[in-house]
Design a protein around this ligand. Structure first.
Ligand SMILES: Nc1ncnc2c1ncn2[C@@H]1O[C@H](COP(=O)(O)OP(=O)(O)OP(=O)(O)O)[C@@H](O)[C@H]1O
Length: 983
């Protein structure tokens, strides 16, 4: 595959992909599996128009022309809830031979073993049944069990989301793969069974007659009370379309078969989990045509009875009431209600009514008692008991004798409520405070919450922070006051994770306030893991609020709808709850908005209104990786996978790379030998490597059009291969996805390179070293380390210190450089190079080195400019350490030469932006050409010679060439030394 990708990158992608477009396997291979399907509807011939009609000829999704309802008689027997209720018709179980075999393994997981797939999916459309008689009859009485919660939970498949929007899919390799061709890119790795090609990796097979049948429009809620499970590929509808159709007609769709399932909707049976469960439970199978008939028949019946206008069946059929009355009746939220209209004059009442009706519903239906809050009841209780015991814990405990209760050391003075927006955190805090008689003072993000002034006496009338400080500290005075007369106060700090630049020091100040506070503080945030709150969490009792379930939300929304006289379907409300992602505030707002233009709200209306909002969910890279790797990762549609992987195209691949090895693929079953898993991991690793190659193309050559391909290779394929259960590989490891280690390692590498560069420049400056940085790293570092540490370990203290300092001076090695040498020589699993050196020796070394500083000259970051060049290139000259006395008392009469060398060393020991050596050679060549180089010196002690004109350079500058001829004229050694000192 890697080769394929490379090839693909090198030449233009063959968009036509004509080869792939041809079906590779024309004939079905497993016709013997099909008889059950054939048996199912033997009496109805396949209709020509269904089989051969032009694409989208009659689809509701594309055109509106309708077919006549057919099979009226059969329709009479439909086991809908309405039927059951009205006609009290007994329902019969379907004959066993009519049971379809359905494979749902494909639905459940798109990465099942290939062989199985091969057998299962190569079905030609002609083998499928197209008649309308395939529906079966419910075996059990159909009840609208609203508490079908487990099923509903199961239904949380990604399939239920909005329209498919798969426009881009019909592309070359994808469609080819789907039809059994082997797309080039797939390299035989695709899913077998005609789905090959990684471009459509993980997608379900297309319905063979997609869009070719008319989708019937039935009586509203004709499927109410019926629960369906969809399995396999349907004949003309995509799964999502089928799901929509059912929901639109009041039916439920769940993810797995249970006792409450009325039908298993499928057009082919390849004996998957769902179908065997259905057989086990005796759940009837229903074909797509059967479903259509069911819907059509309801329509016909409704028309016959003149019920066509009876739209919403399962809505609250309450007559429209005045909001107050309705609210009073349906919502059990009367605790502490002060705005009761009873007893007021009619005028006043009217005013209040107007005022009340103009209120946003979020305010109007704000919970009035803690029990009205949906979800998180245990957390609300915890908050209640924390607040209730606060005074006892933190105030009364100090008053000896008054309270016998010991102050619990683990008790926190503040509480931090965290959770996504609109789930009732603020409401809970306020209600609990109110319930316990606390006066709540709320400070939120719109108030500036910066650091308080040091003197809080300035506070009143000053900044908020000052007021808060005043508030929390002034309570101290009130400790001895009569509490019954003075209301207790609680400070609610909302959106503490929103304290930003404007609230400088805000969190630190908040912590200080908590420490000194004499009143309870409730902090509220959305993201408890925010970096800003890292220290705050240590001072707070942490209560993490979860989103209410969609059933809980729907129930509450239904109460509100009833109170407002709005007719709305429960399914529609569940859809709304799901679309708003658990945000009750948004759900109420949306409902109110819709109520402005309609009094009957249907499932479709909700879908239409919130079509795009589900996509706006802001997910973290961790969530994206969790979803991709999760058990349901195989069920995700391709566009969902792309969305997830592109949610953070930098971090998601890193997280995938970091964690893929920890996943045990759900598709491999038991795999005792571990071979399958290994092979999956190998394929994932290969794909990640491909992703890297593509990523280089994207970054280096700005080939942004490859972004999706990059995501595919580095995220989608590895996740599709390995999604399943995460397990730990090492003891003590936490079973959570780790953050990508690459970032940290890359930054360490950058830091180490910088340090190495410094060391290198210093060594070059000593002119005792001429090699490049790489050689220094590979060959000299160990020797340097030995020279710097061995004496300290082996020799007596003084001798060792003297020797090492001498060595450091000789090679211009600073203390920092010593640390660099030690740091770069550390390796995991090896002993620390500084081990075994007594700390007294280390201290003596530091002292001795520092003493030498008095005599040592440090030249730092000097600039040079080339005369004759208008805009002289300025380059930094390395800081060098130069023991001045050594230089003066240089041995063997080489002092002069040495000094001259040192003078020119300014020019030689340059550290360019990247490589000192490059600069060095540049300067050498300049010097050899006789160009004079002027050096500006910085950091001089007696800087009367800031600019020291330099003589011509010599031919060479390295120590090897030291004795070589000097090109200098009159400057003597003493002058050089003086010049050096001045520097
Ligand atoms: N759990 C809930 N039960 C009932 N109503 C709720 C719940 N959560 C939110 N609401 C409704 O949404 C409105 C806003 O809720 P609230 O301000 O408490 O949310 P929040 O979690 O504090 O949000 P944020 O983090 O944005 O401050 C409430 O007035 C109420 O009408």
């Amino acid at each position: 595959m890697q080769r394929d990708i490379r090839k693909w990158l090198m030449k233009a992608h063959d968009k036509g992909n004509s080869n792939a477009a041809k079906p590779a396997q024309p004939a079905p291979t497993n016709t013997e599996k099909k008889p059950p399907l054939a048996e199912l509807k033997p009496e109805t011939p396949i209709q020509g128009d269904q089989e051969n009609s032009g694409r989208r000829k009659t689809s509701k999704y594309f055109a509106k022309d309708k077919q006549k309802p057919k099979d009226e008689k059969e329709l009479e027997e439909l086991p809908t809830k309405r039927k059951t209720k009205k006609d009290d018709q007994s329902v019969k179980p379907p004959p066993s031979k009519k049971v379809h075999k359905v494979d749902d393994s494909e639905d459940d997981d798109d990465f099942v073993l290939l062989d199985k797939k091969k057998n299962s999916v190569d079905v030609t459309p002609s083998k499928k049944l197209k008649t309308g008689s395939g529906r079966a009859v419910a075996q059990k009485p159909v009840g609208n069990d609203a508490s079908d919660e487990d099923d509903v939970k199961d239904a949380e498949s990604p399939l239920k989301s909005s329209g498919r929007g798969r426009g881009g899919r019909g592309g070359s390799s994808a469609s080819a793969g789907r039809r059994g061709g082997s797309a080039t890119l797939a390299g035989g790795r695709g899913r077998g069974s005609g789905r090959g090609g990684f471009m459509n990796f993980g997608e379900r097979k297309d319905p063979p007659h997609k869009g070719e049948k008319e989708v019937p429009e039935g009586a509203p809620d004709c499927l109410a009370g019926l629960t369906f499970v969809i399995s396999g590929t349907l004949d003309s509808l995509e799964r999502e379309e089928a799901e929509d159709l059912i929901k639109r007609h009041g039916g439920r769709v769940t993810g797995s078969v249970s006792k409450k399932t009325n039908y298993l909707l499928c057009d082919e049976d390849i004996e998957g989990r769902k179908s065997s469960k259905a057989k086990e439970l005796g759940t009837p199978f229903l074909t797509e045509d059967g479903l259509f008939d069911m819907i059509r028949s309801s329509n016909a019946k409704a028309l016959a009875r003149g019920e066509a206008t009876d739209h919403v069946k399962k809505v609250a059929l309450v007559p429209k009431k005045s909001p107050q009355k309705a609210e009073g009746n349906s919502l059990k939220t009367n605790v502490n209600r002060k705005d009761s209209t009873t007893g007021a004059s009619p005028l006043k009442q009217k005013e209040q009514t107007i005022k009340h009706s103009s209120l946003p519903w979020t305010e109007k239906y704000r919970p009035k008692a803690p029990t009205d809050i949906i979800g998180n009841q245990s957390l609300v209780n915890q908050l209640h008991s924390w607040l209730k015991n606060w005074n006892q814990q933190f105030l009364d405990a100090g008053n000896k004798g008054k309270s016998k209760k010991q102050n619990d050391s683990s008790a926190k003075k503040a509480v931090l409520l965290s959770g996504t927006p609109g789930i009732g955190k603020t409401t809970s805090a306020k209600l609990v405070s109110q319930m316990l008689g606390f006066q709540a003072i709320e400070v939120n993000a719109s108030d500036s919450r910066g650091k308080a002034d040091a003197k809080i006496s300035k506070g009143i009338g000053g900044s908020n922070a000052n007021c808060i400080k005043e508030l929390v500290s002034n309570e101290a005075l009130a400790v001895n006051m009569d509490r019954s007369k003075h209301p207790k106060t609680v400070l609610i700090m909302d959106e503490v994770d929103g304290m930003s630049a404007g609230d400088r020091g805000g969190v630190a100040d908040l912590i200080a306030s908590i420490k000194m506070s004499k009143i309870p503080i409730v902090c509220i945030c959305n993201d408890r893991y925010s970096q800003k709150l890292k220290s705050l969490v240590n001072y707070c009792l942490l209560l993490s609020f979860r989103k209410p379930t969609k059933q809980q939300m729907a129930k509450r929304l239904m109460q509100v709808a009833n109170a407002e006289g709005l007719q709305v379907n429960e399914l529609a409300l569940e859809e709304l709850a799901e679309r708003v992602n658990g945000d009750m505030r948004m759900a109420l707002n949306q409902l109110q908005y819709m109520s402005l233009s309609m009094s009957v709200i249907k499932y479709d209306d909700v879908r239409q209104r919130l079509l795009s909002s589900a996509k706006d969910e802001d997910i973290s890279p961790f969530t994206a990786v969790d979803k991709l790797f999760g058990f349901n990762g195989g069920k995700l549609r391709m566009d969902e996978r792309i969305d997830l992987s592109m949610s953070d195209p930098d971090l998601v691949p890193l997280l995938i790379q970091e964690n893929y090895i920890n996943y045990r693929p759900s598709s491999i079953g038991k795999d005792e030998s571990g071979m399958k898993r290994m092979s999956m991991i190998a394929r994932a690793a290969e794909s990640i490597a491909d992703g890297d190659i593509i990523n280089v193309q994207i970054r280096r050559y700005r080939q942004w059009q490859l972004s999706q391909t990059g995501s595919l290779a580095s995220c989608i394929i590895p996740a599709a291969l390995l999604h399943g259960q995460r397990e730990t590989l090492e003891q003590g490891e936490r079973n959570f996805n780790r953050f990508g280690g690459w970032l940290g390692k890359n930054s360490t590498m950058g830091k180490n390179l910088r340090l190495l560069e410094d060391l290198h420049v210093h060594l070059l400056a000593s002119r005792e070293f001429i090699s490049c940085r790489e050689t220094l790293r590979l060959e000299y570092l160990t020797i340097l380390l030995k020279q710097l540490t061995d004496p300290l370990r082996l020799l007596p203290k003084d001798e060792a210190v003297e020797k090492v300092v001498e060595f450091m001076n000789f090679y211009s090695i600073s203390q920092g450089d010593t640390d660099t040498v030690v740091e770069l020589s550390k390796f995991q699993g090896h002993t620390n190079p500084m081990d075994g050196i007594p700390s007294a020796v280390k201290a003596a070394l530091t002292r001795a080195y520092k003493e030498g500083n008095k005599l040592r000259m440090v030249r730092a970051a000097d600039l040079i400019s080339l005369p004759g060049v208008k805009k002289a290139p300025k380059k930094r000259i390395a800081a060098i350490l130069e023991p001045s006395e050594d230089g003066l008392v240089e041995e063997n009469g080489d002092a002069l030469a040495e000094n001259e060398e040192e003078d020119s060393s300014d020019t030689e020991d340059l550290e360019g932006t990247a490589d000192g050596k490059k600069l060095q050679s540049e300067l050498n060549s300049l010097n050899s050409k006789g160009i004079q180089v002027e050096v500006e010196l910085k950091g001089t002690e007696n800087s009367n010679t800031k600019k020291t004109p330099r003589g011509r350079g010599k031919g060479g500058s390295s120590s090897v060439e030291k004795p070589a001829g000097r090109g200098r004229g009159g400057s003597g050694s003493s002058e050089k030394a003086a010049s050096k000192r001045k520097r």
